[in-house]
Design a binder for this molecule. Structure first.
Ligand SMILES: Nc1ncnc2c1ncn2[C@@H]1O[C@H](COP(=O)(O)OP(=O)(O)OP(=O)(O)O)[C@@H](O)[C@H]1O
Ligand SMILES: [Mg+2]
Length: 307
């Protein structure tokens, strides 16, 4: 659905995106993560044919970005929630959306009920006839999302879809995106919100000018070399730490009350020997499990390491 090959964009001396190669399959939700200035917005804008790449190309919805006349066809077949909403501020949400509906070639009889439905889903019905100039940042963001969805695009690009939204509105937007995903819409989003990426995305990529790593939100943190385990036992037991530390594969140990945190080279292999040794020493184990770093920890480590 989206095939990116060697995509590069320079602004004068600054290289914003360098040699990005990536495929996003039909129906997939892909999340682009990365620090401020990493090139996420530049990537989205290139894929939506709003700015031209300096080198490389991409196929979006079967169209080659660099082919003659492809830009307007791509823009017509995708939905985009840009970084800044870009609404006509003197117009109300309904008027804004009616205007864009016309641009997308929808007749008023098609677009009117669709607009009202989207505004209702996004909890904007009571504000639908007020000029958007009077709207808060989050309200404008939601109108822009309705605009992106108006023509039922099969590919949706979202640049930080929940930035500036309160938790309630963010939940609404995430539910809308989950429903679209269920319907088979291909979603390409950028976000700074890592729990959101974990919830929505089938795969994520961490960009810092170059694409540093791609993987599922669950599997990426497991690639970190730092792995560990947590064990707990019933009160009234003190372990012999010397013997535990001498077990193979144990890098370090820390005891806090009736719990032990271990830094291990291969947790899945070392946890059973730790449990065996603790039981031998007389512990009654109540919990033993691998400590997998979160996507946030993985992100911080990767970005820190790449600095
Ligand atoms: N129109 C432009 N002219 C000059 N430089 C630009 C332009 N657009 C982006 N850049 C530069 O390209 C780099 C990437 O910017 P971009 O907006 O893509 O980052 P981002 O990952 O979206 O960041 P953020 O998380 O802050 O939104 C930055 O160094 C930025 O200054
Ligand atoms: Mg950006």
């Amino acid at each position: 659905m989206i095939e990116i090959a060697g995509l590069t964009r320079r602004f004068g001396e600054v290289t914003a995106v360098e040699d990005l190669t990536l495929s996003v399959r039909s129906g997939e939700c892909f999340g682009l993560l990365g620090p401020n200035g990493a090139g996420k917005t530049t990537t989205v804008r290139m894929l939506c044919s709003l700015i031209a790449p300096t080198a490389g190309t991409a196929r979006v919805a079967g169209l080659d970005l660099m082919a003659e006349g492809a830009g307007s066809k791509i823009r017509a077949s995708i939905g985009l929630l840009p970084e800044n909403p870009g609404l006509y501020e003197t117009l109300s949400p309904r008027e804004n959306l009616a205007f864009f509906g016309e641009l997308y070639g929808l007749s008023p009889s098609e677009s009117r009920p669709r607009i009202d439905l989207l505004l209702d889903q996004l909890d904007l019905t009571k504000d639908r006839d007020r000029a958007t100039a009077t709207f808060s940042k989050g309200m404008k963001q939601k109108v822009a999302l309705a605009r992106a969805l108006l023509h039922r695009p099969r590919i949706l690009f979202l640049d930080e879809p929940t930035s500036g939204l309160d938790p309630f509105s963010a939940r609404i937007v995430k539910d809308v995106l989950l429903a679209l995903k269920k319907d088979g819409t291909t979603i390409f989003l950028s976000t700074h919100n890592l729990p959101e990426a974990e919830e929505l995305c089938d795969r994520v990529g961490i960009l810092r000018k170059k694409l540093l790593v791609v993987g599922t939100p669950r599997e990426l943190p497991r690639r970190l070399p730092r792995r560990g385990a947590r064990l707990r036992w019933q009160d009234g037991f003190s372990p012999d730490l010397r013997r535990l530390t001498s077990l193979e594969g144990v890098r370090s140990l820390r005891v806090e009350g009736a719990a032990l945190f271990a830094d291990l080279d291969e947790p899945e292999r070392r946890i059973p020997s730790l449990v065996d040794e603790l039981v031998r020493q007389g512990a009654r184990i109540t919990f033993a499990g691998e400590e997998v770093p979160s996507l946030e920890e993985a992100y911080l480590e990767l970005i820190g390491g790449a600095a």
